[in-house]
Design a protein around this ligand. Structure first.
Ligand code: DX5
Ligand code: ZN
Length: 216
């Protein structure tokens, strides 16, 4: 079964508790939080306090995606916020080893994300130290964009590069029931879906369909 990570960015912010309970009950295993700083990406979202508050509503795996420049300056705010994994952008870190060390010292899982134009080979030296690779399948910054199918080969390359490590491959951006089959066929283990889930009139059905992507 595929891991499905609904992105809270597309949820109804007036009813976050109910929205989380809905996706939890529907079988989604991870909850994806998009943290944006207005510098690394041209948008703002929410911060660690929101993650911390949502922690009391569910036992789902909290997947925190930091789209911030120099995450080292923000990481202390995320101490004890209830995150299970923190994913940072390769492009945003002047000292990626220090960032990996900080997150590991807190016994959290660590992911690294790549923007669409970043070469997958840059991750080779870090593979022994990380738990997750997040492949952006849109330019980061906004929900509701169209899936970039030219990222499928990057997913396959990273799946192959990481085959000897216990690393999950996560795809993020423009994932829906139409685009998911190719994403999973190319090696993704985790599907982030914002608009496809929360803008749907039947989110439970979408989650169930995504969970069983690629099954006969
Ligand atoms: C984009 C974010 C995504 C986004 C996905 O910068 O990283 O997680 O919320 O939204 P959809 O599924 O609507 O493309
Ligand atoms: Zn994201």
């Amino acid at each position: 079964m595929v891991i499905v990570a609904p992105s809270l960015l597309a949820a109804d912010f007036g009813h976050l508790k109910q929205q989380i309970e809905l996706v939890d009950k529907a079988g989604a295993q991870w909850l994806h939080f998009d943290i944006m700083d207005g510098h690394f990406v041209p948008n703002l979202s929410y911060g660690a306090d929101l993650v911390r508050q949502m922690r009391s509503y569910t036992k789902m795996f909290f997947d925190v995606h930091l789209m911030v420049q120099e995450p080292m300056n923000f990481l202390p705010m995320f101490d004890n916020c209830g995150a299970d994994m923190i994913t940072v952008h390769y492009e945003a870190c002047s000292d990626l080893n220090a960032v990996i060390g900080y997150i590991k010292d807190r016994h959290l899982k660590i992911g690294i994300s790549l923007k669409p134009k970043t070469n997958p080979e840059v991750l080779a030296p870090f593979l022994p130290f990380i738990d997750n690779i997040l492949v952006m399948t849109v330019e980061p910054g906004f929900g509701g964009q169209s899936f970039m199918s030219d990222q499928l080969s990057k997913i396959a390359t990273l799946k192959n590069m990481s085959r000897n490590y216990p690393i999950t491959i996560e795809a993020d951006g423009g994932i829906n029931t139409e685009t998911a089959p190719a994403v999973v066929a190319h090696g993704a283990d985790v599907l982030v879906a914002g608009s496809a889930v929360f803008k749907s009139s039947h989110p439970e059905k979408i989650i169930q369909k995504l969970l069983h992507t690629g099954e006969k």
